[in-house]
Each structure stands twice: as C-alpha cells, then as structure tokens.
Design a protein around this ligand. Structure first.
Ligand SMILES: Cc1ncc(COP(=O)(O)O)c(C=O)c1O
Length: 323
C-alpha cells in the first residue's frame, strides 16, 4: 500500500509537498505556553558577593521543552508555515546539538511535520533519547567539527533536495532574533518595570542577545548589552559559541553588543552549585556562565538593575560544594 495521507506516515517520513499537503495549525493551546517565563531575583547570590546592585534572571527552563530555544524554534516554524515554506508534506532540517533540536522535534510531533536533525555524534545521550522519543530522524557528524560541521551537512542535504526539506537554519534565520524581539524583550521590559539598565546573555546563535538587546535598547538607549562567550574554543558551556574560532552566525548582530565577557568552564561549574544552594535554581552551564558574568558586571556598576537569561536546566545535578 502506498501511504498518501501524511498522518499515516512514520516520523521523519514525508509524502512530498504539493497541493494535497495538510495545512498546519499553529494556534495551539499547548504552544501558548512558549515564553511568558518569570523574572526571578537572585538577591542571596548578590548579597553573598557583596554587591550593591539588583540581579534578575529569566527562568527559561520553564518553557515546554525546558529551554529558551522553544521561543526561537516556534518563531521560525510559525513564520515558515505562514509563508507556505513548511507544511505536513515537508521535513524541517537543521543543525543543533541540543535544545533547538528538541524544540523542533516537539513542534514537529505536535503540529504534524517531519523533523531531521544534524548533530555531532557526541551530543548528550539524554538529548538523543528525547529527540528519538519525539520521532525525529538523526544524522550524525564528526564531533571534532562541532555544530559547524553539522551546519555544513544540513545545508548540503537541503540544497540537494529542496522540495523535500525546509532548511530552518537557526544560525542565519532572522525569525530567530525576531522571536526574542517580539517576546523576550517586551517581557523583560515590563517585568522589570522599565528599570533594567544592563542585559547580559550567552551567545550561541546570538538570537537571544540580538533580538532582546535590540528591543531593550529601543526602550532605553543607554542600556548596556553584555555578551557571554566561553574563554576558549574547547569548553563545557553547552549552547555557547567561542565566536573568534567559530562559523559566525548572521543571527548575531555585534552592533547590539557593547562588550563581551569570557567565562571559564570551571567558573561556571562553581556558579552552578551556588545557584542551586543559594537560590534553589537548577540551571545549565550556559546559565551559570551568564550569572557569573552578571555578578562581575554588577560589582563594577553599583545601583545597576541587571537582567540575565537562564537558558536551560542542564544535565545532571549541580556540584554539592563550592570548588
Ligand atoms: C543552553 C543554551 N544556552 C544558551 C544558548 C544561546 O542562545 P542563542 O542561540 O539565542 O544565542 C543556547 C542556544 O542553543 C543554549 O542551548
């Protein structure tokens, strides 16, 4: 039997695009829970550092699949559907070693389109399990080439078969920063009562810092935007890129970023433990790096109202003692 109804096909398999493709409905009650996360104070941490500033953090691990990337992935998917570039007959393909991949995979299962993820073979096993559970198809690339190698392979596949694939290209798709301009930025502005003076965020695709930073600077021209990157090319800050040695994403607009703070993996690991113990927050390494950079910024800017982002909850428990 030849299956022509996309609903009869298995995950990652599609029926080819065409007039018969079922339109996708993005107005879904579950997906309305993307964004709208709380802005939480980190007062005990600031007090213990002897700071005279305010530090607030967006708890992005409370998004449906547990990371900030639900915002970008949903923004990208929503726009592609609206423009007729993604439907039930097509397969979304992109490179991502973790959170964006899981967000796409959930969206594909929820809305009814195929998802193919290209990722380094050393991606975290729990992420692979989640991707498989959502029915995504996985393509592995050389870990030594990091997600840069995955990007090249995703682009190659999409170019070879443009009718089969929608290449969502999170590293170059303006819908990624636009999602943060439309949601993360306004949320932070309103939740801080328009008091935010500094915005500190990790840089992966640069979507979060570019979109949010642009919105916040439009509200307050003097606002400082601080990017957080790993100290070197080999690092344990999952989700972040060492831009001097990486493929430069066009979703990162350096004109928005006033300065960059580089954080060592060990420093983030220590902060991860402190966030658990002092604030009751289980966060990932990139979140801990952003908080560590924020404390450094605050110690040189008394009276500042700093807002940062906690992108995800990471993997496994935080360290129990200060290193
Ligand atoms: C855990 C984590 N932190 C930070 C980021 C960086 O966010 P952005 O891609 O918006 O720069 C990512 C992106 O994948 C991430 O997965």
């Amino acid at each position: 039997m030849v299956a022509t109804d996309p609903r009869m096909l298995g995950p990652g398999v599609d029926a080819g695009s065409g007039p018969a493709a079922r339109p996708l409905r993005v107005d879904d009650p579950f997906l309305r829970s993307v964004g709208g996360t709380p802005l939480v104070p980190l007062s005990r941490l600031v007090e213990s550092a002897g700071g005279e500033f305010e530090l607030w953090a967006k708890a992005e691990f409370l998004n449906p699949t547990g990371s900030v990337k639900d915002r970008a992935a949903f923004g990208i998917v929503r726009q592609a559907i609206a423009e007729g570039r993604l439907d039930a007959g097509r397969t979304l393909i992109d490179a991502s070693s973790g959170n964006t991949a899981v967000a796409y995979a959930m969206l594909g299962a929820r809305l009814g389109f195929g998802v193919e993820i290209v990722l380094p073979r050393n991606a975290h096993p729990s992420q692979l399990e989640r991707l498989r559970a959502f029915g995504a198809r996985l393509v592995f690339t050389d870990p030594l080439e990091s997600t840069d190698g995955s990007q090249r392979e995703a682009r190659r596949r999409a170019t070879e078969d443009p009718l089969h694939y929608f290449y969502s290209d999170q590293y170059n798709n303006p819908a990624n920063p636009d999602a943060h301009y439309a949601s993360t930025g306004p949320e932070i502005w309103h939740q801080s009562g328009g008091r935010v003076t500094h915005f500190v965020a990790g840089v992966g695709t640069g979507g979060t810092i570019t979109g949010t930073g642009r919105y916040l600077k439009e509200q307050r021209a003097s606002l400082a935007v601080v990017g957080v990157e790993p100290a070197g090319p080999m690092h344990g800050l999952e989700g972040l890129k060492h831009l001097p040695t990486a493929l430069r994403p066009s979703t990162y607009d350096e004109r928005i970023v006033d300065r960059t703070v580089r954080v060592e993996t060990e420093e983030a690991e220590t902060m991860r433990g402190r966030l658990a113990r002092l604030e009751g927050l289980e966060v990932g390494m990139s979140a801990a790096a952003a908080v560590s950079a924020s404390i450094g910024v605050g110690l040189t800017a008394p009276g500042a109202v700093i807002v940062t982002v906690l992108p995800d909850a990471g993997h496994g428990p935080a360290p129990a003692e200060d290193a």
